[in-house]
Design a protein around this ligand. Structure first.
Ligand code: ZN
Length: 285
């Protein structure tokens, strides 16, 4: 697979993929009935167990010596039956993709997690013998303070996706950078709260020379969910907050002609919004 690259202002962006995994299509589509989403998704995209394939698009941003990775996929710490049960599909490719870009883990200076669900921070850490270590030894890891709190104290509904091995080792090495609210984490790169999927979910906004790119994280799972804001996954803990957040982001993306980068949309998950006759369209770029 050829790695998709983009230029936004003076940022070099590459979309590297940790692969794909299968997710219950009904859960992805939330309260929208199958008779409505079926024709949009395409029946051939849904398997006999009602699962659909989701991408694991992660963004690499480079400018000078700064190298940032947004989200780190599922990782390779789970194997065998556990992996097959939790993450059926074909994932674990992020590091190979990074190498294809000519980068080593030590070249990465910053990691930003939109949130700490297991499909977004798997490569934050790696196994070294019996212990765990940050996968990127020189990087600072930016995580919303509220998200970190939620991940460290999960409830009955959230504990199935918050795995301490993906984030706790960062505290021991002093690489964890908890972010409160909106913050510029690298010149031109803003960590922007976009609550809804989780209460402290964040997106990343790149702004340079009048151009904008937005890495959405799980603000959407499928491109149709940008075109139709009321289509919201069942995973979201605050769906009505998602709706308000999404409308704000859609307005901004349209105004700034932003490049949108969506984590779970088919690779590379990059596109722009346009509107004709009141109908919004996400066009892949
Ligand atoms: Zn996700």
């Amino acid at each position: 697979m050829t790695i998709a690259t983009y230029r936004v202002g003076d940022f070099d962006i590459a979309i590297i993929s940790d692969g794909t995994f299968l997710q219950d299509a009904g859960a992805v589509m939330g309260v929208i009935p199958r008779v409505m989403w079926g024709p949009v998704i395409g029946r051939e995209r849904v398997d006999a167990d009602n699962r659909m394939e989701l991408g694991l698009n992660c963004m690499v941003v480079r400018r000078g010596d700064d190298v940032l990775i947004a989200d780190t996929g599922i990782g390779d710490k789970h194997t065998g039956a556990v992996r097959e049960r939790m993450f059926p599909g074909n994932s674990g490719h992020l590091m190979k993709q990074l190498a294809e870009l000519g980068l080593t883990p030590s070249d990465v200076t910053a990691v930003a997690n939109t949130h700490l669900h297991a499909d977004h921070c798997g490569w934050n850490t790696v196994r070294e013998g019996e212990s765990l270590a940050p996968a990127f030894p020189r990087a600072r890891y930016f995580i919303a303070a509220g998200e970190y709190e939620a991940a460290c104290h999960p409830n009955e509904r959230t504990k199935g996706t918050y795995f301490p091995e993906n984030f706790q080792p960062l505290e021991a090495t002093g690489q964890l950078e908890l972010v409160d609210g909106e913050r510029e984490i690298m010149p031109g790169v803003t960590f922007l709260p976009t609550p809804g999927h989780t209460a402290d979910h964040a997106s990343l906004v790149l702004a340079s020379n009048g151009e904008t790119a937005i890495y959405t994280g799980d603000l959407v799972h499928h491109a149709v969910q940008i075109e139709r804001p009321a289509w919201i996954p069942a995973f979201d803990v605050l769906p009505l907050v998602t709706l308000e957040t999404k409308k704000r982001l859609i307005e901004r993306a349209s105004r700034e002609r932003a490049l949108l980068i969506c984590t779970h949309t088919d690779y590379p998950g990059v596109g722009r919004l346009s509107e004709t006759d009141g109908r919004r369209t996400f066009t892949p770029v």
